[in-house]
Design a protein around this ligand. Structure first.
Ligand SMILES: Cc1ncc(COP(=O)(O)O)c(C=O)c1O
Length: 380
């Protein structure tokens, strides 16, 4: 009987960092500094260094990390924030929570990231209708791969818009050696446990080089507090990161570069072995992805049968995402570029993610690769 394959196996990583994290936990238990303890500050400093950014604001989740900069910029009703439709709900949710309008943009069929022509079409729609003010673009680093920030920056500058990177899945990804913050006004990430850099609960962070923005976000993170903690100068929220979670991320950050390399190696092997049978997410030259998911396209209505066949062979697969946001009940009334997002629709019908984590050994990966080939033969 073969060992069952995990979709994401956090066990080997936990074994690697367990002792160091437990030592930190012990110290936190002993001192009782559960909220904004010294580990939070240590983590923020380490993340600034890793990300090459001047300011890091740790927070309670990736969703908080998106909400904080939007709230700090004063995004409000009447503002348009351009968001890809093929993403997790949180990207658009934070915009709608502030009463602003997410305007859905299509994505590219090979990289699955924001399509600049569709962004331009959405901007033209908004300008023509004249009801909304273009305020912000939010590229999403889908499955760990950075969007085309250089081009997005150019378009955003031409329209006086902010760029907020939703790097919830892609913190650590680079384009020609640069992370998203090289171009974006703010970068948000999530430390949800299954993310490439995850904690053991909820957590997130925002990075920026803008000290004024950082100061407002720090205030918003703690109920809009002013210089005096009980003098609230703006409406804020509770978005602090637990000290215990900060302790986890500090230790995992030490091994993160090594893990990104492992993910790149595993993804390269998958792509070399699978490209004839299915269509993997394409990674352009000069880019490093964190491969939060390894996702392929199975066309012609065969995806569900393929997944059933994979399951029969003991290989778990997951669909991210089965319905683009512009088709979902909570979001379908918001505008979509040109009224139609064909690539997002197509991807939702075709994508399927395979097991991926930094500790996937070659023998297990070979089993998965063989299962993909056998399943594709079975459904053809
Ligand atoms: C693209 C994207 N944005 C935002 C989030 C929100 O992160 P969190 O779950 O930490 O709030 C996620 C996490 O699932 C995500 O994948």
């Amino acid at each position: 009987m073969q060992q069952p394959i995990a979709f994401i196996d956090l066990g080997p990583q936990r074994d690697r960092v367990r002792e160091r994290i437990e030592a930190r936990f012990k110290r936190i238990f002993d001192t009782g500094a559960f909220i904004m303890g010294p580990d939070v500050e240590e983590l923020e400093t380490a993340l600034c260094e890793f990300g090459g950014m001047r300011e890091t604001i740790s927070c309670g989740s990736g969703t908080d990390a998106l909400l904080l900069p939007l709230a700090a910029w004063g995004i409000r009703p009447g503002d348009a924030v351009f968001v890809p439709s093929f993403t997790f709900a949180a990207s658009a949710e934070v915009v709608a929570m502030l009463g602003a309008t997410p305007v859905f943009v299509d994505c590219l069929p090979h990289t699955f990231n924001l399509d600049l022509d569709s962004l331009q079409a959405a901007l033209d729609d908004v300008r023509r209708e004249g009801k909304l003010r273009p305020a912000c673009v939010m590229p999403v680093d889908l499955f760990g791969q950075a969007a085309d920030y250089e081009s997005v920056r150019r378009i955003a500058d031409a329209h006086g818009m902010k760029v907020l990177s939703d790097a919830a899945q892609g913190f650590g990804a680079t384009t020609q050696g640069h992370m998203a913050g090289h171009w974006a006004d703010a970068v948000a990430t999530s430390f949800y446990p299954a993310k490439p850099l995850g904690c053991y609960g909820d957590g997130g962070m925002v990075q920026t080089n803008d000290a004024d923005l950082a100061a407002v976000m720090r205030s918003l993170r703690v109920h809009g507090s002013g210089a005096d903690r009980y003098d609230n100068v703006r409406i804020g929220m509770n978005a602090r990161m637990d000290t215990l979670q900060a302790a986890v991320v500090i230790e995992k950050l030490q091994i993160f570069p090594d893990e990104i390399e492992a993910r790149m190696r595993i993804a390269r092997r998958y792509t070399a072995a699978l490209s004839g049978a299915v269509t993997p997410q394409a990674l352009p030259n000069g880019m490093v992805s964190t491969w939060a998911q390894y996702t392929v396209r199975v066309p012609d209505g065969r995806r569900d049968a393929f997944m059933t066949e994979m399951k029969r062979q003991g290989v778990p697969t997951v669909i991210y995402y089965g319905k683009p946001l512009h088709r979902q009940s909570a979001y379908q009334h918001f505008p979509a570029a040109g009224g139609d997002l064909p690539v997002s629709d197509e991807l939702s019908r075709e994508v399927v993610s395979l097991p991926m984590h930094a500790y996937l050994d070659e023998a297990t990966q070979n089993r998965i690769i063989e299962a993909v080939h056998a399943s594709m033969r079975a459904v053809s």
